[in-house]
Ligand binder design. Sequence first.
Ligand code: FE2
Length: 321
Amino acid sequence: MTIQQIYDLALEMGIDSDPRGKTGVDKFLKRIKKEYEDLSKEKKKYFDSESLTNPYGDTRIFVGDPKIEVKKVLAGIDADAAEVILADRLNQKGLGIDLVIGHHPVGIGLVGLHEVMDLQVDSFANEGVPINVMHTLMMQRQDDVKRKIHPTNHNQIVDTARLLEIPLMNLHTAWDNLGDEFMKKYIAKKTYHTVGDVLDHMMDLPEFQEAARGKNEPAIVSGTPNTRVGKVSVMFTGGTNPSKEIYIELAKAGVGTLIDMHIPEEALKELKKRHINVITAGHMASDSIGANLFLDELESRGIEVIPCSGLIRVNRKVQKK
Ligand SMILES: [Fe+2]
């Protein structure tokens, strides 16, 4: 596969598992196109044309000719300058890494992170939060995230990869959508009496088992193992955590137990006040689930995957055989 084919596959799989559905993604892209068309000629010069076809502002190729044939990838949850230098060092040892894939966004992918948060409007609406309320609250949160990221040195890693000529890409929401869809389906397979029952079911997944061996297992951070469970909601995608006001709306919508990768302290306080159970699944293990679903596809197409940077690699296709 070429770099471009890997990237296209990630986008295809990300769209297929997007909580907005294919029609929702198309509507989003139409909106971006309209925004572009409404720009002045001067402003059009600076527009990121990739966003006309790619609905994920945090998923990009940064370095490397898209036509490069890839046989081996170094894949991690965070691909920083350290991982780019690691790839270079491993190549000095003759490993032959053709591409570094990171999950958490960097470069233009990091400054575009707020754009993907749009999908949370539909995610939370699917759980019963009125869509108009979600839309207004999410616009405020997107603005906060954009301002917070604005001053960061987002291109540091991209510059490192460019100077070392190490091909680099970022697959963030494309992978998180896969993890989100997988977990929603996995959790929906059973009915539960208590929060502990949900946790027990989660612990059947190998990523969480491996995390537990490293004292980083999923944890009940609101409620107890014996607390009655109510309606279970999984939130594994959408860029980053929403604001505490959005979590409050989720509580109002009748969610009894929330499964999140991680949760901000101020949001947790609000959920505790409202007696909503919360399971934090663990960041690295949860991100690994989405990553693995994609990397399984690369391996089945003959690409060797070297995991790094916190990725708990599990190949479900090989396990099934
Ligand atoms: Fe993450």
